[in-house]
Write a protein that binds this ligand. Structure first.
Ligand SMILES: CC(C)(COP(=O)(O)OP(=O)(O)OC[C@H]1O[C@@H](n2cnc3c(N)ncnc32)[C@H](O)[C@@H]1OP(=O)(O)O)[C@@H](O)C(=O)NCCC(=O)NCCS
Length: 187
């Protein structure tokens, strides 16, 4: 059976709506079976979704703007808002926030809530570990292999393989330099 373009689009919309309802219904269920069903549903709801795990209590505000690669794990009660791209092999610990939107606030005569919202995309590379309770602000790119210490507030781009911590997050070392150093010591 060949579907016409209009019919296929309608079917896609229905599928997305059903999946969104299922995700909402099982959002806080922690069991593996619920996670598998959630992962499946997210494939129809997110912009892109690879072979990854989204645990219980995760909130994705604009799912159509979020891309998640393969082997990503997003742990409980993490919050994603706005245009967010996540690579492969990324570990996101519990209660992190990714805030890829910001209120405009230049005009002091108008309430901030009425000044509109600006998109500020976030991009996370491959093989990144983001510690618990971290906050990633908008317009931030985190490079491959970076580690974000627990409780960090990331306000600027993070170079690949950096280890950062604190608020605002500061680079404390680079994993590649450490490896180079270790190799020299071993020689
Ligand atoms: C970033 C991290 C990986 C660094 O680990 P590490 O290299 O072994 O660091 P150390 O424990 O040796 O600490 C080095 C210094 O950084 C400080 N530090 C470590 N983590 C910190 C953090 N998240 N924020 C602020 N300071 C931190 C330590 O107090 C120590 O300070 P000192 O030199 O003044 O004593 C680790 O501390 C971390 O935050 N891990 C995330 C854990 C997590 O969220 N797990 C969730 C389950 S996946």
């Amino acid at each position: 059976m060949i579907l016409k373009v209009g019919e296929a689009n309608l079917l896609r919309k229905i599928c997305r709506a059903v999946c969104s309802i299922v995700i909402l219904a099982i959002k806080y269920i922690p069991f593996t079976l619920a996670m598998k069903l959630r992962n499946l549903c997210y494939r129809y709801v997110l912009k892109e979704m690879g072979n990854s795990n989204i645990t219980d209590g995760v909130t994705i505000v604009h799912p159509g703007k979020v891309s998640i690669g393969d082997r990503v794990s997003i742990h409980p009660h993490t919050y994603l808002r706005g245009e967010i791209t996540i690579g492969n092999y990324v570990a996101i610990a519990a209660k992190c926030s990714f805030v890829a939107e910001s209120h405009n606030f230049a005009d002091v005569t108008t309430p901030i809530k009425l000044q509109g919202i600006e998109d500020q995309p976030i991009s996370i590379g491959n093989d990144v570990w983001i510690g618990a309770h971290s906050i990633i602000l908008g317009n931030v790119t985190i490079g491959d292999g970076a580690i974000i210490g627990a409780g960090s507030v990331v306000t600027k781009n993070i170079a690949p393989y950096s280890v950062v911590m604190g608020s605002p997050a500061r680079v404390v070392r680079n994993r590649k330099n450490n490896r180079d150093l270790q190799e020299k010591i071993n020689q």
